[in-house]
Design a protein around this ligand. Structure first.
Ligand code: HMG
Ligand code: MG
Length: 306
């Protein structure tokens, strides 16, 4: 089954799906997935045509034990292959580990709110930039590409609504450090469609080219696909998603899984937007991973095609 294609010329012709299942997905599973299964998951995602796959995190292993095998995992992967396989890096210690492992693509992750900066990074909203500055500087000098995330862009479980200006100020500071892409995180999934448009417009008004932005939706309230559609209408062409809808953030209690890659692929296919992903191969991969985890996939499309 595939959706009928009806093209809307107002929407982009092509998007890049940035797959985060192995990192954002598996960091939040109570089960620790065996190393060989992680490597197989990543190679199947690459084989299914995902153009970027974020694979793990060089964070403190006690903070995220699920990803404590980061160095062993990346040693099994084709880091210099045609598909970028970025890793999360919070600080210089993480960068040292990523460089020693030969990672050519990293992502730093900042917070738009004070409370989450403390809970996720053990830093303040302001001091996080001092932590990231040498990471980005040293990475870029070593020829390593740096993406930046900004979390809690639409709401924060401790602080409530997050002012748009605060998100734009945080995001532009991360870009100013030298990051080449900014992923706008709806960490707890509370965004709604017009809020998404307003935030993208506010970045535009601050002089940030829309091509530098990616959207990172979690699907806690079932809004991730509607929000992605709103973002498409505002010219966004990079979307983060996780196979089967795995995911969440262990330091944000109300975060559930990301937008499911299959659900995004289904919508994009129907809209006639190129994405390069083989939906059948992806669904098979998510079903296999759901067997490894012993739980049903969250993705509606995986269940429907089951
Ligand atoms: P800290 O405890 O403040 O670290 O943690 P520290 O600098 O004080 O160092 C304490 C000890 O940890 C030292 O060892 C360091 O060497 C070691 P000791 O001298 O005591 O033996 N250490 C490390 N070891 C390994 N790797 C490292 C590292 N750093 C220090 N990188 C830290 C600060 C940032 C490390 C900690 O808070 C941390 O690891 N946080 C990560 C939390 C996390 O991974 N959260 C999930 C990812 S974010 C997310 O999911 C959101 C996103 O999806 C977007 C969205 O949805 O919005 C991206
Ligand atoms: Mg996330």
């Amino acid at each position: 089954m595939i959706p009928m294609v009806v093209r809307d010329e107002a929407l982009p012709e092509r998007v890049t799906i940035y797959e985060v299942g192995p990192r954002d997905g598996l960091q939040n599973e109570s089960a620790v997935v065996p190393l060989a299964d992680k490597a197989e998951f990543i190679s199947r995602l690459v084989a299914a045509g995902l153009p970027v796959v974020e694979v793990t995190s060089f964070v403190h292993p006690k903070w995220v034990p699920q990803l404590a095998d980061a160095a062993e995992l990346v040693a099994l992967l084709p880091l210099d292959g045609p598909t970028p396989l970025p890793v999360l890096v919070p600080n210089e210690r993480g960068l040292d580990r990523a460089l020693a492992a030969g990672c050519p693509h990293i992502a730093i992750f900042g917070s738009a709110t004070e409370t989450f900066a403390q809970k996720n990074l053990n830093a303040t909203l302001d001091s996080q930039f001092a932590m990231f500055e040498p990471v980005v500087g040293r990475a870029r000098a070593a020829g390593v590409d740096v993406r930046a995330y900004v979390s809690m862009c639409f709401g924060d479980p401790w602080e409530g609504a997050v002012p748009i200006e605060q998100v734009v100020a945080t995001g532009t500071r991360l870009l100013d450090l030298g990051a080449t892409q900014l992923s706008i995180g709806d960490t707890i999934g509370v965004a709604t469609a017009a809020h998404v448009g307003a935030l993208i417009d506010a970045f535009g008004a601050a002089g940030v080219d829309v091509d530098l932005l990616a959207m990172h939706f979690h699907d806690t309230y079932g809004q991730a696909l509607a929000n992605s559609y709103a973002a498409l209408r505002h010219g966004i062409t990079t979307f983060d998603a996780s196979a089967g809808g795995l995911g969440g953030c262990p330091y944000a209690e109300s975060a559930t899984g990301n937008l499911a890659t299959e659900d995004l692929v289904w919508m994009l296919t129907g809209l006639g937007i190129e994405h390069g992903v083989d939906l059948d191969a992806l669904v098979q991969t998510s079903r296999w991973m759901s067997g490894v985890l012993g739980k049903e996939p969250a993705s509606a499309v995986v269940r429907a095609l089951g």
